[in-house]
Design a protein around this ligand. Structure first.
Ligand SMILES: [Zn+2]
Length: 337
């Protein structure tokens, strides 16, 4: 599915302070956790066919923020977890739930789990109506992935934040969507196309677990993942449509940047990490099944009316040279790529 771009999404008046105030965790002793979670007014917990589920009581437009949430990082050990849900900001309507660590908390490896508040009850769908944007700390925003009606159940795609569900595997998904994957076992087990479509929506933990497990080593001939954290040279930015654009003027003859072409095997997946997110790099495969990854140069689009030349200076090194004066905001275009 196509998720809306975060930059196009609307914000709400809810603040991170509200989230902190409404969701608290208390370690009663080394084995007991007690949480209090006040459900935002536009949300309620009710029973669906699959047990406790999360619903909304108003209509949401695609891209609208539904709520701000937070999770707790807990140790992956035996805990008795109690959650007191307070409904609609009314202290008298309190309900207590017992959460099971293995069912409700997300394993992220390194003996850690993420424990959520009221939205621990959100069910999976292969065609979810929400998606989540995580901040670097424990906070996140949950947005409408499409228009959502009042009294509709909120669902999310577990594969966006579960690398390997292990003991939580869903062997027969009952989401009833047309594109149901049936077996929900983790991001790790998806096909490359399925991984690609989720590349910018998965959590950092899922991305890191994947990269860590399949990390490319020089000379690898097996399936592996090579991550290139692209650093942009001074005076050049990468646009939303993955083009390179000058942010200052260059003179004809200037060297804009230098780079290297990397030789990798045909099965290696190259992920370029840019300011605009992660990009799955598709490449031509050479006759000997090797591939050449040209780093930043891959983003220079072809044109017969070129303003740069990509010049090889050795087998693997190249320079990108201005062949005419380039103005600020002008896209870099080359004839020979
Ligand atoms: Zn499904």
């Amino acid at each position: 599915m196509e998720y809306p771009k975060i930059s196009n999404c609307e914000q709400s008046s809810e603040t991170i302070d509200d989230v902190e105030k409404n969701n608290t965790i208390n370690y009663v002793d080394s084995q007991t956790i007690e949480m209090v979670s006040r459900i935002p007014e536009r949300i309620y917990i009710s029973n669906s066919e699959t047990g406790n589920s999360v619903f909304v009581n108003k209509h949401f437009k695609k891209g609208e923020l539904i709520y701000k949430g937070k999770y707790n990082l807990i140790e992956d050990k035996e805990f008795s977890i109690k959650m007191n849900l307070i409904k609609n900001h009314d202290q008298t309507k309190k309900e207590t739930f017992i959460l099971e660590k293995n069912v409700h908390a997300v394993s992220i490896g390194n003996n850690k789990r993420k424990l959520f508040f009221f939205d621990s009850f959100m069910n999976h769908s292969c065609d979810p109506n929400t998606f989540t944007f995580y901040y670097i700390n424990e906070h996140y925003d949950v947005f409408a992935a499409r228009d959502i009606n009042s009294d509709e159940e909120l669902t999310c795609d577990y594969l966006n934040f579960e690398y390997d569900l292990r003991d939580k595997n869903i062997l027969k998904c009952e989401c009833k969507s047309n594109n149901c994957l049936e077996r929900i076992v983790g991001f790790k087990f998806l096909t490359n196309d399925q991984k690609k479509s989720r590349l910018n929506i998965i959590t950092k933990d899922v991305f890191n677990s994947w990269v860590e497990e399949y990390k490319y080593k020089d000379g690898d001939t097996v399936e592996s993942v090579f991550v290139d954290n692209l650093k942009l040279p001074v005076g050049i930015v990468i646009t939303n449509s993955d083009s390179l654009v000058a942010t200052k003027s260059f003179y004809s003859g200037d060297i804009l940047f230098e780079g290297e072409s990397k030789n990798i095997n045909e099965k290696t997946i190259v992920i370029a990490v840019t300011e605009n997110g992660r990009k799955w790099m598709d490449h031509e495969i050479n006759s000997d099944l090797s591939r050449n990854y040209h780093e930043l140069t891959s983003f220079i689009k072809h044109s017969d009316d070129a303003n740069v030349l990509i010049k090889l200076t050795s087998n693997y090194l190249y320079q990108v040279i201005a062949i005419k004066n380039i103005n600020e905001n002008e896209e870099l275009l080359s004839k020979n790529n």
